[in-house]
Design a protein around this ligand. Structure first.
Ligand code: GAP
Length: 434
């Protein structure tokens, strides 16, 4: 059943255009994925919901979009050049390579019990900077978006005149040459992060750490993940990253077990202090209350968009028996659903199509709205259920007489009749209610 659910999600994602293996016609690129027409909508909605809660609805957070190509000294200062490495071992029998902490007693591939000595493997991607490869400097593709925030700390502070506590939020791509990838879009080599660096006065860091762990848990529940599938787990000291004083993992009950969706770390003053040392720039904050220059502490909630997308798909997936067999439904929260409304004429008769297209043209000014006139109405409802469209609007023969349409609810399948002039308001009420 466990593998079953993952298989169903992977196949639905491919069949309906959520996620495709990257460069599939050339055999794919492992740990790299492309998001299709529905996937890009779903992922954008997740990022928008995060930005809304973390930036738009708050008065203490600014946004940022920093570069992916990263100056090598940034990552030297951050510790990534020296310590962002996994221990790699090779099975002496099948010669596959694994992370040393993943193998247990035997090779997961062939059962072999002999391995090479672990050697450290830095997982950052490098590339050449400049037109002549031999002379070019090496730069890195960022392994986390966070460093772009730290190196812009002064710029943002000076341009916004923020007072502590305040945060800087960023969403963007990150790259890690993971030794092993897997579980679909859970562990990738190219992925996206949604990160907040929240700067606080030293001494208040533990309180804000607790606050952000709870805020982040609430966000997932607000957008529809089931509370029983979420938990917070404090990491053991030996599990902590090199910059962290304490980290709480926000975990989701994936089909293979509890795994990290995001980490909420107390990074102390580690990054700003190191960047001060390496750049020679004063990255302190002047505290007017005490008249002292201090290096702020940082609380960092950091989530992976791809993992969160997978969790939303798994959590939304439902099947129920119906007269045609099994109805598959993605019960997405309306804000997360890729398509909000589908407009469906009951038949292909011209007067119905004309009205349906007119409604479609009007509603798409406000939401992502689908239009579908092919096959039976039952089949079309099922197609929309399977991709999580919360509402279908059906134009039928009676519409031509009473100028009204039906709104069908994805979850209850209940239908209500609404006059066309009131349709937009009726949908807005339903879509925003969630
Ligand atoms: N700035 C802190 C940081 O990067 P992390 O725990 O290494 O911390 C944060 O990563 C989040 O990024 C993880 O919780 C996960 O959701 C996501 N993430 C990390 N590596 C990933 C990978 N290889 N594929 C997909 N998502 C990943």
């Amino acid at each position: 059943m466990v593998a079953d659910l993952m298989d169903k999600i992977v196949s639905l994602a491919k069949r309906r255009g959520f996620v495709f293996p990257s460069a599939e016609i050339y055999g794919g690129l492992s740990g790299v994925w492309d998001y299709g027409p529905l996937g890009v909508l779903l992922k954008n909605n997740i990022k928008d919901a995060w930005w809304k809660a973390m930036v738009q609805e708050r008065d203490d957070v600014e946004g940022l979009d920093s570069a992916i190509l990263t100056h090598p000294t940034v990552l030297k200062a951050s510790g990534h050049v020296d310590t962002f490495a996994d221990a790699l071992v090779e099975c002496k029998q099948c010669h596959l390579r694994f992370r040393a902490d993943e193998i247990g007693d035997a090779c997961p591939e062939c059962g072999g019990r002999e391995f090479t000595e672990p050697r450290m493997f830095n997982t950052m991607f490098k590339t050449y900077f400049g037109p002549v490869e031999e002379e070019a400097a090496i730069v890195y593709l960022r392994p986390e978006t966070a460093q772009g925030i730290f190196v812009n700390f002064l710029n943002v502070l000076n341009t916004t005149r923020r007072k502590l506590p305040f945060g800087i939020a960023q969403i963007g791509k990150a790259f890690r040459n993971e030794i092993t990838t897997g579980n679909f879009i859970f562990r990738d080599r190219e992925f996206e992060q949604m990160e907040l660096e929240y700067f606080v006065k030293p001494g208040t860091d533990e309180e804000y750490h607790r606050y952000w762990a709870q805020e982040r848990l609430n966000w997932y529940i607000r957008y529809g993940l089931r509370a029983e599938n979420l938990r917070l787990r404090a990491l053991e000291p030996e599990e902590l990253a090199h910059y962290s004083k304490a980290t709480v993992e926000l975990e989701y009950r994936f089909p293979w077990g509890w795994s990290e969706l995001e980490g909420i770390a107390n990074r102390t003053d580690y990054d700003l202090r190191r960047h001060s040392e390496f750049s020679g720039k004063d990255l302190t904050y002047y505290d007017e209350e005490t008249g002292q220059h201090i290096i702020p502490y940082v609380i960092e909630p950091s989530a992976g968009v791809d993992r969160v997308t997978l969790a939303f798909m798994l959590d939304a997936y439902d099947e129920e028996p119906d007269k045609e067999g099994i109805r598959v439904v993605l019960r997405f929260h309306p804000a997360i659903a890729p398509i909000k409304v589908a407009v469906l004429p009951l038949s292909k008769r011209e007067p119905l199509i004309r009205v349906a297209k007119e409604i479609h043209r009007e509603l798409r000014k406000y939401w992502v709205v689908d239009y579908d006139e092919t096959q039976s109405i039952g089949r079309r409802y099922r197609r929309q259920d399977e991709i999580g469209t919360p509402y279908c609007v059906t134009v039928d023969f009676q519409t031509l007489e009473d100028n009204a349409v039906t709104i069908r609810d994805r979850d209850t399948m209940a239908q209500v009749r609404v006059p066309i002039p009131e349709l937009r308001a009726a949908l807005a009420e339903r879509l925003n209610a969630g």
